[in-house]
Design a protein around this ligand. Structure first.
Ligand SMILES: *[C@@H]1O[C@H](CO)[C@@H](O)[C@H](O)[C@H]1NC(C)=O
Ligand SMILES: *[C@@H]1O[C@H](CO)[C@@H](O)[C@H](O)[C@H]1NC(C)=O
Length: 365
């Protein structure tokens, strides 16, 4: 088919002209249109993939679609969890490093991004398995026969989510890059990737249906189901708050707690080894976008409050008109009709850093 031939060239051209490749990572998949997967040419041209990831991409085009969705799920969850913080997990346009230089450091924020994105991939691939969208996996085949819980015996039925497959694929693909080098950052990334995968496993719940005479529930069929991804996001955010600072052991083979007085960490905890910058001002060297122009809340005492968000630089206030639905009435049957009301609200945004004062003779020629 002649029409196919221009596609490889076009994709290569697209990536080489439009995309900054410095520090490229597999997260870049989250920024691509999903229908693009399945084309072998894409696997060879996506910036940031290592050899093993390209191979997996070529062999499993069906899984790659879910992997792309999972990467996106991770990014969206990160932006939700950090919406009220100075560093807000924003992505850079047309940049294959996705989050910029922040991720090159071994910071707490990097720990969270690695964990939440590897968790997103597990979640998304596992969902696809249960829906029957993938060639090589289906519902968990080990959940058959009968079993017991605190309420007694039940039969396995329905579809138990196959987290094992999702977790296995996520580990193969996501960890591939970190397995090429064995420095402290790679060990940190591997640890946090695993903590993310474990997070998904943790939020599974036994769901049951009752059978028997008039719903008496003498017979139950149950399946093990993943919970919504928000639960995993909340959990990993909590792990971010309690993350452990680590350092390389003397043999250079593993990570140990940096401060001996602190408690040991488990495989489910997040670890980091560099303290974070304050993210107050724009600094491309460390990948900080700064908080100038960010919206803040005048009355909040938390991280979204103007004091903390604006780093003491102060804020500007603008009064803007908001149109909202109001005076909604229910009409028989069955619709709701609302009016539109205008309301004026104050919006506060952080000031930028003080410019260095101009000598007066420069002000006007
Ligand atoms: C995140 O922060 C950046 C830079 O401070 C800003 O441009 C962007 O609008 C913020 N995103 C959200 C969702 O607040
Ligand atoms: C600002 O913070 C206060 C106190 O935390 C909260 O009640 C209010 O809803 C917030 N306002 C906005 C616009 O988020």
């Amino acid at each position: 088919m002649a029409s196919f031939h221009w596609v490889p060239g076009l994709i290569t051209l697209f990536f080489s002209i439009w995309i900054a490749r410095v520090g490229a990572t597999w997260w870049f998949i989250s920024q691509l249109p999903l229908h693009a997967f399945g084309a072998h040419v894409l696997c060879d041209n996506i910036p940031g993939l290592v050899g093993k990831q390209r191979r997996l991409c070529r062999v499993h085009p069906d899984v790659m679609v879910s992997l792309g969705k999972g990467a996106r799920l991770g990014v969206e969850e990160c932006q939700y969890q950090f919406r009220a913080q100075r560093w807000n997990c924003s992505t850079l346009e047309r940049d294959a490093s996705v989050f910029g230089k922040v991720m090159l450091k071994g910071s707490r924020e990097a720990a969270f991004v690695y964990a939440v994105s590897s968790a997103g991939v597990v979640h998304s691939i596992t969902r696809a398995c249960s829906k029957g969208e993938l060639q090589h996996c289906a519902c968990d085949p080990t959940k058959r026969g009968s079993s017991n819980d605190h309420r007694g015996e039940f039969d396995w039925g329905g579809c138990s989510d196959n987290v094992r497959y999702g977790s296995h694929f996520s580990r193969m693909f996501v960890d591939a890059k970190e397995r090429k080098v064995r420095d402290a950052k790679a060990l940190m990334n591997l640890h946090n990737n695993r903590a993310g995968r474990r997070g998904v496993k943790k939020f599974r719940k036994l769901e049951c249906k009752c059978h028997g005479v008039s719903g008496s529930c003498t017979i139950r069929t149950c399946w093990l189901a993943m919970q919504e991804f928000r639960r995993v996001g909340d959990y990993l955010k909590m792990k971010y708050n309690g993350a452990t600072q680590v350092m390389m052991n003397q043999e250079g083979t593993g990570l140990i707690v940096a401060n001996r007085n602190h408690k040991r960490f488990t495989r489910s905890d997040l670890v980091y080894f560099e303290t974070s910058p304050d993210y107050c001002v724009h600094d491309t060297k460390i990948g900080s976008l700064g908080t100038a122009g960010r919206t803040c809340n005048k009355t909040s005492m938390s991280t979204d409050g103007c004091d903390i968000m604006c780093c003491g630089r102060g804020y500007d206030t603008k009064t803007v008109k908001r149109v909202e639905k109001c005076e909604c009435k229910f009409h028989w049957c069955c619709f709701v009709r609302c009016k539109e009301c205008e309301r004026w609200v104050d919006v506060h945004t952080c000031k930028g850093p003080n410019p260095t004062p101009f000598p007066s003779q420069w002000r006007k020629g």
